[in-house]
Design a protein. Structure first.
Length: 465
């Protein structure tokens, strides 16, 4: 029997074509295929020879910086609400639209961007996205009216939507399965760092009366970074392609991937993730968009102090949780392929009381432990949602899957900043956070149902696609 290289990932169609041995989908190992099948040159998905560890580390590092800028540019505005209410004469409802319109346009663009990333070069797409959203960031600093600002937030949604599906899929495709959660988790820490840095920088510049220059500086950094970023990615190829000749030039592969995209609609586990993930992201965006303003008003803080209080403790614990959760997920996944799903379930269960208590705490010092707890447990969802989806999604449709998940998340979570802005005076943020905590319990039940009723079958069927 031929030996299997642990750094090679065989194609789904190659692994089981003609195999007669039964499979336990809850274990991380599967029976070995006939060697002649694994090396069949006509198979549309050849064996994946992953880059060296050093190159994977460099890839994650370059992607991390771009993703960091992505979140800095989108989050800075939320720490400027007090100044924008004066300079652009914005109401609370209009401030809510700043987050809502971005998320809705971003969500609509994500499935399209995912399909583009599964069809064309992911390397070119991520660089183009960086340049476009950086240009939009610069233009945001030139806003002279509410409608100009909202229009540019919509443009930001379009330009940033191009990035994440391609970035996540490129990182996942270049990483062996036993390291995938760690790679995605490390990349996702850029989201956390960017949220903290963007909020603090935006609040600090707004306090200095320089909110426009904050956008100018952030956009300029992004455009400059695109130069070394693009140069590095020129020398990166995904498994199954060469730098000069992408695998997608193979007509048979194009056909196979189009079939895989259709197959997404036949995977119940994936669609239950698409139901649970928006519930999680809704609560997350309630905090991302309004927590700085909420703490500033409730505890009489300065803009920069409120922005740091809202993001520093929560996002620091999220970053720690991403590292630990990524390692834990990869370790547990060696024993059971349902591990990542159980971590998603635990995440929503544990975040529920934290969400409630963030609104009920009567002092800033009493709020901090719940912010830390929410950050720590939310990291299990943030770092594992995409690797969990990849367990049941065909490899050729990973970017499309990321796009669909983001679409579902953004469509619902777009109502979060809008709802808080519209109802903060009547219902109150405290009560809305408690309702979100109850919704998290519902989300945990949805993931549990996926594990109990559909995951087993979907793992088997996806392996055979």
């Amino acid at each position: 029997m031929a030996e299997t290289n642990p750094n090679e990932e065989l194609a789904p169609s190659s692994r089981f074509r003609g195999a007669s041995t039964s499979i336990n989908p809850y274990t991380s190992t599967s029976p070995q295929s006939d060697p002649s099948v694994a090396t069949n040159a006509s198979a549309p998905f050849p064996s994946a020879h992953f880059p060296s560890t050093a190159k994977i580390v460099a890839l994650v590092g370059f992607m991390w910086v771009a993703y960091f800028l992505n979140y800095c540019d989108r989050q800075a505005v939320f720490a400027m609400f007090k100044v924008l209410k004066v300079d652009l004469a914005m109401t609370d409802t209009q401030l809510g639209w700043v987050g809502a319109i971005f998320l809705w346009v971003y969500g609509i663009g994500c499935p399209i961007a995912g399909k583009l990333a599964d069809t064309f070069s992911k390397r070119h797409l991520v660089v183009a996205s960086l340049v476009l959203w950086s240009a939009v960031t610069i233009l945001t600093g030139m806003s002279i009216s509410v409608w100009m600002l909202l229009g540019l937030r919509a443009a930001m949604g379009i330009s940033e939507a191009l990035y994440m599906p391609a970035a996540i899929a490129l990182t996942a495709n270049s990483t062996p399965s036993h390291q995938r959660s760690r790679a995605i988790a490390i990349l996702t820490t850029a989201q956390i760092a960017g949220t903290v840095a963007g909020a603090w920088y935006g609040g600090w510049m707004a306090e200095q009366g320089l909110w426009r220059y904050a956008f100018f500086a952030l956009g300029a950094v992004g455009i400059l970074y695109a130069i070394p970023y693009g140069f590095f990615l020129r020398h990166v190829s995904e498994p199954g392609e060469t730098i000069d000749e992408p695998a997608l030039s193979n007509p048979e592969l194009k056909f196979k991937q189009s079939i895989n995209s259709v197959a997404l609609y036949e995977i119940p586990t994936f669609w239950l993730l698409c139901l649970a993930f928006p519930i999680f992201v809704f609560g997350l965006w309630m905090l991302y968009s309004w927590l700085p303003n909420y703490l500033q008003e409730k505890f009489n803080l300065g803009l920069a102090d409120a922005a740091f209080a809202a993001t520093g403790s929560m996002q620091s614990s999220t970053m720690i949780g991403l590292f630990l959760g990524g390692m834990l997920a990869d370790k547990l996944a060696k024993h059971t392929r349902s591990a990542r799903y159980w971590l998603l379930c635990l995440s929503m269960l544990a975040c529920a009381p934290c969400m409630h208590m963030i609104g009920q705490s009567q002092s800033l010092s009493a709020t901090y432990p719940w912010l830390i707890g929410f950050g720590l447990f939310s990291s299990l969802m943030i770092g594992n949602i995409f690797p969990a989806a990849f367990e049941v999604v065909p490899k050729g449709s990973r970017a499309t899957a990321v796009g669909i998940l983001n679409f579902c998340g953004a469509m619902l979570s777009g109502f979060a900043p809008l709802a808080v802005g519209a109802w903060k005076s009547s219902i109150g943020i405290e009560r809305m956070l408690s309702i979100a905590g109850l919704a998290y319990l519902v989300g945990a039940i949805v993931v549990w149902c996926a594990i109990q009723f559909f995951l087993n079958r979907d793992l088997v069927e996806t392996e055979g696609r």
